[in-house]
Structures are given as C-alpha cells and as structure tokens.
Design a protein around this ligand. Structure first.
Ligand SMILES: NC(=O)C1=CN([C@@H]2O[C@H](COP(=O)(O)OP(=O)(O)OC[C@H]3O[C@@H](n4cnc5c(N)ncnc54)[C@H](OP(=O)(O)O)[C@@H]3O)[C@@H](O)[C@H]2O)C=CC1
Ligand SMILES: CC(=O)N[C@@H](CCC(=O)OP(=O)(O)O)C(=O)O
Length: 349
C-alpha cells in the first residue's frame, strides 16, 4: 500500500510528542512533516533529543496554523490542557484532521470540565464533535472521524479493566474502588518539586485524592456503558519508576462468578482486539510486562469470602496511555488495520 499521510505534532518536545515521533517514524503509512515547538522553534530536533540523532532529521517549526495546513493532513496535539481547546477549532477549519492527547475534549459537559480542570472549557459545539477514542469500546465511532479526543492515561487503564464487567452487569457499579499508581513520566517533562528525584525516589505518595481530573472521565464512560449514572472512588499514587500505570480495582460481584468466568467474559469482549491481553487464572500483570508497548494486560482474583473481584490492569502511560493509543485511533480513522505500526513486544527487562 503506497498511502502516505503527512502528520504534524504540536508539543513535540514533551514526553507524549517525543513518543509520537518514536512510534510514527516506524509507521509504514505516515510521514512526519512538521514537529512544532513554541519554546525551541528553529532548533534541530536531535539537538534536544540526542536519542533521535540520525533517526529524525529536521528543525522544530513554530506554531502557525497556515504553515501546518500547508505541510500536513493531520495534527497530533500533545499539549497541556487549555491549549487544544483554542487550537482545535482553527486546525479543523483549516481542513486538518486532529487527534488531541489532552483532556480538553474528553468530557462532554463544559461545566464538568471547568469543575475538574479549573479551566475555561471548549465550546459545546466542539465538545460534541470530538469522538472519545477508546478504541476497544468505541472503535466504530472512531472509523472515519476527523477529530479524536484521546483518553486519559489512568482512565484507559481503569476503563479497559472495568468495561466488560460493567456492561455484563457482573459487578455492582456503586461499589467500584480504583486504586491507581503511575510512573513519573505521567506528569510530563516540565520540572516541578513534586517530580524532583529526591522527592520521588524511594517514596510512594498519594495525590489529588478525590480531586483527580480522570474521575469524571471514568464516570462518564462507565455511565455510557451501563446506561445509568455511576460514581467511583479513584485514588492516584506516584511511584518511583519512569513509565507504567497499574490500576487495582475492587467491586462487589453480582451473583456467583468465578475467576474463570471473568476471564472468559473479558476474552469474549476483547476478541479481535490485539492490544488487550487477558491473563490466565492466578497470573496478575506487572507494569514491566507492557513497558514500551501498546498493550493493556488484565488479571483477576475473585474472593469468595468477601464476594469481591479484584481486577488488575496495567499499561505504559506514554504508549497505550498517550502516543500509542493516538496512533491506534489514527489507524481506525484512516481505515487501516488497528495494529499498523504498533504491534511490537514490550521492552524487557
Ligand atoms: N505523559 C503522559 O503519560 C500522558 C500525557 N497526557 C496528556 O498529553 C498532553 C501532553 O503530555 P506530556 O507530553 O506529558 O506533557 P509535557 O509537559 O511533557 O509536554 C507538553 C508540551 O506542550 C508544549 N506546549 C506548552 N504550552 C504550549 C502552548 N501554549 N502551545 C503549544 N504548545 C505548548 C511544550 O512544548 P514547547 O514548549 O516546545 O512548545 C511541551 O513540551 C497533556 O495534555 C497530558 O495531560 C495524556 C496521557 C498520558
Ligand atoms: C503522574 C501524573 O501526574 N500523572 C498525570 C496524568 C494525567 C494527565 O496526563 O493528564 P490528562 O488529564 O491530560 O490526561 C496526573 O495525574 O495528572
């Protein structure tokens, strides 16, 4: 297939942007034609990122809508919250397809966005237009779409672990508790006290308890699956590792369900979806087992004593939680095989 899509990346100097460069330069149908930086325009990309030396040649472009429209067919926005709500309408008006990695278009209610992100929301028109790109659940919506809102990293791990059980009515949604942990790259490349080496190393801390911006995203999506309002308890922790998210999720089981039944249910739901790997009974995934890959691995334990199920789901936050999932969305948007350019094994050890 000789198809070539020209892609631009805004926020190319951040962790999500640099990971997009790494993955896209190996994609058979995509050519990166512009990498954009508001702080380092004019500098060679390999100057700031020596690991890309002799792999990606070129200089960083300034952020200019006309320049992007002249060079690209599709734009990835790997920018902080509050940026893409301004940029996306202009890029779409210029005829570009857009995949936004930030949280600006994930929540359908502007009021809910303002409450959790503490920022001015995008307009309702564009919130309605954006397709929530959780491919394994809403892949049909993504096919042929022009504007994708890439799910949040924690939300991806939590939702892939919960959706089949919620959809089947096998767990009581009012009892869901998600205990989530992330590596430090989830906080982005900018330096702050909270991600300083001496603060994180040999430490384990909870943050944004009951205030995390992925709570409404998880609740909105589970509510859509269940057809009823769902509230969850979701606690995030910072772990002294670079990549990886683990969600350990607890819920009360409705009826009598064994681990084997949960495994069969999830295997059926994710049949044909190559990026979700359901573990055999008694095997629980670790973050290292998906590191550097687009996989989400899921394992189960049913406790007959308490009547609860424990669901453990892991992803690499920068790949399945950001750049890899964005490329998975690109593949579906373009009608390509979902796995194109993404079917590589995790990095081990
Ligand atoms: N890191 C992760 O694991 C995940 C991140 N995300 C989301 O993806 C987005 C990118 O995250 P991440 O790469 O980690 O963040 P980083 O902080 O590492 O990078 C963001 C980049 O955006 C650019 N930028 C900042 N302000 C502006 C602006 N006003 N206009 C245009 N570009 C700007 C900066 O580059 P420059 O100064 O060169 O322009 C910066 O390098 C965020 O919204 C984040 O929440 C989602 C899932 C997972
Ligand atoms: C470790 C760490 O700080 N992780 C970030 C991950 C969320 C993120 O990337 O923000 P979005 O809402 O745009 O997805 C956080 O907890 O805020």
């Amino acid at each position: 297939m000789g198809y070539e899509l020209r892609a631009a990346i805004v926020g190319a100097t951040g962790y999500g942007g640099v990971e997009l460069i790494r993955l896209l330069q190996a994609h058979p149908y995509v050519r990166i034609t512009s990498v954009i930086s508001t702080s380092s325009a004019g500098a060679a990309i390999a100057e700031g990122f020596p690991h890309l030396h002799e792999i990606v040649v070129g200089v960083l472009d300034e952020l200019d809508i006309d320049l992007i429209a002249g060079k690209a067919d599709l734009v990835f926005l790997a920018t902080p919250a509050g940026v893409s709500s301004e940029l996306s309408p202009k890029l779409l008006a210029a005829g570009l397809k857009v995949i936004d990695l930030s949280g600006d278009f994930r929540l359908k209610s502007p009021e809910v966005y303002e409450q959790w992100y503490k920022r001015k929301p995008a307009s309702q028109e564009y919130l309605d237009l954006a397709v929530y790109g959780l491919c394994e659940a809403f892949g049909e919506d993504v096919r042929g779409a022009d504007f994708i809102s890439n799910p949040g990293c924690y939300a991806t791990s939590a939702l892939l672990g919960l959706i089949p059980a919620v959809k089947a009515g096998w767990i009581d949604p009012s009892t869901i508790i998600i205990d989530a942990k992330s590596g430090v790259s989830g906080a982005g490349r900018a330096v702050s006290l909270g991600v300083h080496y001496a603060e994180v190393n040999e430490n384990f801390s909870a943050y944004k308890v009951n205030k995390h911006q992925h709570i409404p995203e998880i609740e909105q999506t589970l509510g859509r699956i269940a057809g009823q309002e769902i509230m969850t308890t979701f606690t995030t922790h910072l772990v002294p590792m670079t990549r990886g998210i683990m969600c350990t999720t607890y819920a009360s089981v409705i009826g009598e369900r064994s681990e084997e039944q949960f495994i069969d249910l999830y295997k059926q739901y994710y049949e044909g979806r190559r990026f979700v790997r359901v573990r055999p009974q008694g095997k629980w995934p670790a973050t290292k087992e998906v590191s550097g890959s687009n996989f989400c691995d899921i394992g189960f334990a049913v406790d007959e004593r308490t009547g609860r199920v424990t669901i453990i789901s892991v992803i690499d936050n920068v790949v399945k939680g950001a750049a890899g999932q964005a490329i998975q969305n690109l593949n579906l948007m373009m009608g390509w095989d979902e796995t194109t350019g993404l079917l590589f094994a995790p990095v081990y050890p």
